[in-house]
Design a binder for this molecule. Structure first.
Ligand code: ADP
Length: 390
């Protein structure tokens, strides 16, 4: 009866615990983006620490259940080599026994439902049957809740389409007036062009966001040259910046390592931040792009000297369709660029943040984690022995 995913998951684990008379229960779901298996809900006190923990598909009991699409009773986890110890190590919770069943929809396995620590005795066949019956209903309900999240997005989109469509309808009516002066006619044609451009941008942004939210977006993983990409993006927005007499500067740390990810999608993030830095800047302002390495991650910043964002608006700029009320009324946009950029960065394991001082400017910053450095090969040499030539 509920379509709110987190509420639903809590109800399912509560029911799982009751049905099997156990101390705790948890749900792990396969992340549609990355294919990773992740704790999504857990009934123990330390749930905030555990939710979000990624469990390896190979080398865990939950992973075994997903791969084999079959239930599994583990009477004593300490004797099972598949048991993924990281969870117990991170918390004070001690797992003793476990019963796990796959969460299956008609098409695929979407995760695992686990009941942990049988209160009296050991798990029996009835427990397996009861948990499987619950899992069958839970899997359908989880799919429905996910689909509902999608339809929510569609409802929002339809709502947003109304404004430009109303403006187009009104403009067309006005154009039909025979007595319309020429300058007014040109103004209306200009509005039509702008609104159609906005609709086009909205539909493509919307598709991007829907793909990202549903996990259908495919991400490449390749090493790419970040300085080259930054220069390419700066080159693309340079003409727009020139029109407003903005100065653009780039400061790159020496020897920036290559991040691994989807170059095309990171380009989309950079272009969005740079276009915003142009759009929301003041004439004769500046834009500064910086990149450096800190704590095993690349940090990229786009700073502008624009009008800034008020503290009340700041927490909302990553929300879908959120646009700060525009006093001058001239900036075009869909309010989807930042949520898209945020999803892309998060998909790379990074974070997109913003800081701003009204009247002075805004800085958007994102991180891209770097792969851990490979250990240098150790070459040992006996006294008198020559190292082989390459
Ligand atoms: P859009 O620019 O299409 O409206 P975004 O999602 O990219 O959508 O941005 C959302 C809102 O955040 C913008 O409408 C604007 O109000 C605010 N914003 C984004 N970037 C900046 C910036 N550099 N300076 C000031 N405000 C900004």
């Amino acid at each position: 009866s509920t379509l709110d995913l987190s509420v639903l998951l809590r109800q399912v684990i509560g029911a799982a615990m009751e049905l099997t008379e156990t101390e705790a229960a948890s749900i792990l779901l396969i992340d549609p983006h990355s294919g990773e298996l992740r704790f999504e809900a857990i009934t123990s006190a330390e749930r905030s620490e555990m939710e979000g923990i990624v469990v390896p598909v190979e080398g865990s009991i939950a992973g075994w259940i997903v791969t084999h699409a079959a239930p599994l009773i583990v009477p004593d986890v300490t004797r099972d080599t598949r048991f993924f110890r990281a969870v117990d190590q991170r918390t004070t919770f001690v797992t003793r026994s476990l019963l796990g069943v796959p969460l299956r929809t008609r098409e695929k396995t979407i995760g695992v439902l686990e009941a942990i620590n049988k209160r009296h005795g050991s798990f029996r066949d009835e427990d397996v049957l009861a948990l499987e019956a619950l899992a069958a209903q839970a899997a359908v309900a989880i799919q429905n809740a996910r689909l509902f999240q999608q339809s929510d997005l569609i409802a929002e989109m339809v709502h947003e389409l109304r404004t430009p469509l109303a403006s187009l309808t009104a403009s067309c009516h006005l154009l039909q007036r025979p007595e319309l002066p020429e300058d007014r006619r040109l103004e209306i044609v200009h509005t039509i062009q702008a609104e159609t451009a906005r609709l086009t941008q909205m539909t493509s942004d919307f598709l991007d966001l829907a793909r990202l939210e549903s996990g259908r977006a495919r991400f490449r993983r390749e090493l790419f040259n970040l300085p080259e990409l930054i220069m390419e993006c700066v080159g693309i927005v340079q003409p727009q910046a020139g029109e407003r007499d903005l100065t653009m500067r780039v400061e790159l740390a020496d020897d920036l390592p290559r991040p691994e990810g989807d170059r095309g999608k990171i380009k989309q993030v950079l272009l969005n931040l740079l276009t915003n830095a142009v759009k929301y800047n003041c004439d004769f302002g500046h834009i500064l792009v910086r990149a450096r390495v800190q704590e095993q991650a690349l940090h990229v910043e786009v700073e502008d000297s624009g009008r800034g964002i008020a503290p009340d608006d700041l927490p909302h700029v990553f929300e879908k369709f959120y646009r700060v009320t525009d006093a001058e009324g001239w900036t075009q946009g869909t309010g989807l660029g930042l949520p898209i950029a945020q999803k892309i960065v998060e998909n790379h394991g990074g974070q997109l943040t913003v800081r701003s001082t009204p009247g002075e400017g805004t800085t958007f910053a994102f991180t891209l984690p770097l792969p851990a450095p490979a250990a240098a090969p150790i070459i040992t040499r006996q006294p008198g022995q020559r190292l082989p030539r390459r």
